[in-house]
Structures are given as C-alpha cells and as structure tokens.
Design a protein around this ligand. Structure first.
Ligand code: AMP
Length: 132
C-alpha cells in the first residue's frame, strides 16, 4: 500500500505544495514547529533515507537545497535548519525549518496552529521564488 506521503505526492491527499520536480516533492508539515516548516521527499517510496542509492540521496539533498534557498528568501529567519527523523512516517523525508535560535528546531515543543489561509499563503510564497 502506498504511504501517506506517496499519496500526497500523487495528489490523492491534499497538501500545501511548496515545490516539485520529476523525482521530488516538497510540502508544508501539517504540524509545524516553525512557520514554513517544510518536508522534502523522494517520490520513490523508501522508508529509511539512508537506504536511498547514493545518487538518489544526492539528488534529494540538491532539491532540498533549492527549496531551502527559496524558503530563506521569503520566511524571516537566520538560517534554514535541516533534520531527518522518520520515526512517524515510513517514507524518507527531510525536515527544513526556518530558525533564528536553536530551540526553533525543538520537535517536542507545542506545534504551531496556523489557519488554512496562512498555510496556503506560506506555501505559495515559497513556491513563487523557487528556482528549479
Ligand atoms: P517523522 O516521521 O518523525 O519525521 O515525522 C513525520 C512528520 O510528518 C511530522 O512532523 C508530521 O507533522 C508530518 N506529517 C504527517 N502527516 C502529514 C500530512 N498529511 N501532511 C503534512 N505533514 C504531515
């Protein structure tokens, strides 16, 4: 059965799409730890990120870099941090999180509640400056 993230990449489950290319998809995390918290996935479904081939892993990181560059342009932050956890959803994904201090990367703090409009606007603004 396809993972929830495969269904998102296929458009079968709605998401706040940030960017896409042939092999990758980026969308807002539905429970963001910071405004603009984005997930980047390979469309090919692999659970553990380090099981990707070396080429697939490099391509995923290259795509994530482009997404992070776009995020930094429109989300006020000092840097975009990157994290890999993957204990919840068994489809490899990179968390990209705009940060101004280390505690902004804290996955245990209460998540932000943003309106549908806010989420859609954030995704559209990142997408608007994303360069393939
Ligand atoms: P982890 O597997 O531990 O890296 O966590 C999975 C992440 O996916 C969490 O931050 C969730 O909030 C996020 N997530 C789960 N389902 C969705 C969804 N349908 N849309 C966007 N983000 C999701």
């Amino acid at each position: 059965m396809a993972s929830i993230f495969s269904k998102i990449a296929a458009g079968e489950i709605p998401s706040y799409k940030v960017a896409e290319d042939e092999k990758h998809y980026a969308f807002l995390d539905i429970n963001p730890v910071a405004k603009g918290h984005t997930l980047v996935i390979p469309k090919r479904e692999v659970d553990y990120i380090f099981d990707l081939s070396a080429d697939e892993y490099a391509e995923l990181q290259k795509f994530a870099q482009k997404v992070a560059i776009a995020m930094k342009k429109v989300i006020p932050c000092v840097k975009v941090g990157e994290a890999v956890l993957g204990l919840e959803v068994p489809h490899a994904h990179i968390h990209l999180i705009p940060i101004t201090k280390e505690s902004d990367m804290n996955f245990f703090k209460e998540k932000l509640t943003l309106s549908d409009d806010e989420m859609a606007n954030i995704a559209a603004s990142i997408n608007g400056v994303f360069e393939k």
